[in-house]
Design a protein around this ligand. Sequence first.
Ligand SMILES: [Zn+2]
Length: 233
Amino acid sequence: MKFIYPCKECVTTENYSMNSIDMNDTGDYTFECNYGHTSNLTIYDEKFSILYDMGALALFDGYYREAVSSFAASLERFYEFFIKVLIDKNDVPFAEYEKTWKLVSKQSERQIGAFYFLYVTEFTKAPPKIPNQEVEFRNKVIHKGYIPSKKEAYSYAKFIFEYIKELMLLLVDHQKNILNVVFQKNSGKGKNFVENEFISYLLPVNLSKSQLSKRKFDESIDEFKYNKGLYEK
Ligand SMILES: [Zn+2]
């Protein structure tokens, strides 16, 4: 998948260059425009936001298995984000967080356990439970090669959207500056990375509480279907 991005050096000129850039895992990009200008760009979106958008794009194209797989991965990366925000709220140095994350980084079950116990510690109530039918559906698709229908894939997309949205609202309420962890993660990437940007569409982390609470799955997914933002194939 790619995204399109203007060259900032010639963007003010009439025939400026729009560039088609292959997405990568790091979020750091160096690209050259048609006129030979080199740009350095860091995409600030959290992985879960990008994966959720990728899931939606797969839905629109009829790749329902791939869509479900991206939504499931998005949820796992959202747990990671949630943990980071709570850790940051408790003034734990980022380097210590990173060392601890390495201990659980290869096992998603451990990460979910960390999420549950941080949640109950912080909010003094049990975290929202994912219904068994959603867990079973996800496992059937991911581990058993099940081919979901369009309806099943949309229904799972909606469930993950609402689940993440509610937890994001809780975070925004609880910790005013949830973007702090985003900037920490991206600090020290080198002085060359002068540009930074959020490009994700459906569940970006830079929405205000009121923007987020107004966001409805059906409306948002329809808007995204017809206006894919900066993404392209
Ligand atoms: Zn240029």
